[in-house]
Design a protein around this ligand. Structure first.
Ligand SMILES: NC(=O)c1ccc[n+]([C@@H]2O[C@H](COP(=O)([O-])OP(=O)(O)OC[C@H]3O[C@@H](n4cnc5c(N)ncnc54)[C@H](O)[C@@H]3O)[C@@H](O)[C@H]2O)c1
Length: 441
């Protein structure tokens, strides 16, 4: 089904817009605004990402993105450049979509934001509105404003809530648009750019806007940590986590989203954003105990999985071969940043296991440092053959319909651990495997 529909009318007043950073946020944002009829230039330092876009191909794996990207590049609505200064020339709106990774003490590293602000300051239009979509700590709008230091230029906070894998769909149909600025007119004109999404708009001050993003991610991480803790308790008590989730999630005050147990939360946002929020609160004299507990509990989930796998193969992992199935932080993305699958894999290695890994987005000759020791195989069959245990760590659709009757006989010890609730447990058991699934022991 197409992500586009008739509600996305071409705008009557097309604007010239610059987007700085062609990543998981910048590309969907630029493509959507170009699709709405604006004239968009995206600035990206990375040559591979630039060339992909220029050729109408998406450099990131995102459902439905490539078709719309190709169309807006072809029509000339979306251009790409290496130079942020060139991109902002003449632009009324400038979206900052650069990374804000975690620094060594758990805070948000604002060096990319600072660098762009300094780089573009002199080139901005006198009446430009700089829109910060990156996730940034409270006070960053003010920081960017003083770095730019141009009286007519206004800065607006507009946090992004899209999810990787469904980024364009989420951009076109967001649950809400949040805009924050002292200058409410500037905030409203940014909100206007998203009017055809039909989403409700929260207009607030910049401090609240910046906090909404962190509070939302910390809440989601806490909900996941809660259900993961419950899955460990189910294992301990012999309860069934599926029934627990059904029983809890049916209560509309609780709801089903983010109530699925798994190998712990990860990805490029939740770990760094929870950590940054704890630091923001500490600076304000508050200990965010709930969020701190969610972070600690997340690491416990990964240790729990390794303990369970060790128990299945006879108590110790040393010298055992484990097939790690799935390396990305979730399905339908190629992103492995802070992937819980990689963290479990590292724990397995530390316990002395030898790994054979498979992920549909990682090739066997991938030389990236995060997968260098993981024995990446070209096929799933290759990863499983001779293994003492197979551990499913990412919920790729292909793992739901594996032919266990064919795979199990190739294993040294037929132990299967499902950390994502995707394995057909009956089929695996029928094939002779010993099977465990998180919270269903
Ligand atoms: N990834 C997500 O799902 C998601 C969701 C919501 C919010 N966010 C937030 O959005 C921000 C961006 O995240 P992302 O995942 O898109 O990051 P990313 O690393 O995928 O993309 C950032 C891009 O900016 C480019 N860049 C950096 N400095 C530049 C410069 N001076 N000129 C041109 N290009 C430059 C980088 O080369 C990179 O390609 C972060 O603050 C993140 O927390 C991310």
């Amino acid at each position: 089904m197409s992500l586009l529909d008739s509600t996305h009318q071409t705008v009557s007043h097309p604007e010239r817009i610059a987007v700085i950073g062609a990543g998981y946020v910048g590309i969907p944002t630029a493509v959507m605004l170009a699709h709405f009829g604006h004239s968009v230039v995206i600035a990206e330092r990375d040559e591979f990402r630039r060339e992909s876009i220029r050729n109408g191909r998406s450099p990131i794996l995102e459902d439905g993105l490539e078709d719309v990207l190709a169309a807006v590049v072809q029509s000339g609505q979306l251009e790409v450049t290496a130079d942020a200064v060139q991109a902002v020339a003449g632009a009324k709106f400038v979206f900052l979509c650069v990374a804000t990774p975690m620094d060594d003490d758990g805070r948000a590293d604002l060096s990319f934001i600072d660098a762009v602000a300094q780089q573009i300051a002199h080139a901005l239009r006198d009446d430009a509105i700089v829109v910060n979509k990156s996730t940034v700590p409270v006070g960053t709008m003010e920081r960017v404003r003083s770095l730019i230091n141009r009286p007519g230029v206004r800065v607006v906070s507009n946090p992004e809530f899209l999810r990787e894998g469904t980024a364009l769909g989420d951009s076109l149909k967001p649950d809400r648009i949040v805009v924050g600025a002292e200058d409410r007119d500037a905030a409203k004109s940014v909100a206007q750019l998203f009017a055809s999404t039909g989403a409700p708009v929260v207009v607030t001050d910049a401090t609240t806007s910046e906090l909404i993003k962190y509070a939302s991610n910390a809440f989601l991480a806490t909900k996941l940590s809660f259900i993961n803790t419950m899955s460990r308790l189910c294992d301990q008590l012999g309860a069934d986590v599926d029934d627990l989730v059904r029983g809890m999630g049916s209560d509309h005050r609780i709801g089903f989203p983010f109530l699925n147990p798994g190998p712990g939360w990860g990805g490029s946002c939740l770990p760094k954003d929870t950590s940054a929020l704890v630091a923001i609160a500490a600076d304000a004299g508050l200990s965010l105990d709930v969020v701190r507990a969610a972070i600690e509990s997340n690491a416990a989930q990964q240790r729990h999985i390794v303990t369970q796998v060790a128990a299945m193969v006879g108590g110790a992992l040393s010298g055992k071969t484990v097939a790690v199935l799935g390396l990305t932080f979730k399905a339908n993305t190629g992103d492995r940043r802070d992937s819980p699958a990689l963290q479990v894999a590292e724990l397995l290695l530390a316990a002395g296991a030898r790994l054979h890994s498979f992920d549909p987005t990682v090739s066997a000759d991938d030389s990236s440092s995060d997968v260098a020791n993981l024995g990446v195989c070209a096929t799933l069959e290759e990863a499983v053959v001779g293994a003492d245990a197979a551990v499913v760590l990412t919920e790729w659709a292909m793992f739901r319909s594996l032919e266990w009757s064919r795979l199990v006989p190739t294993m040294a010890q037929p132990c299967i651990y499902d950390a994502r609730s995707v394995v057909d447990l009956e089929a695996a058991r029928a094939a002779g495997a010993m099977v465990r699934s998180i919270g269903r022991s």
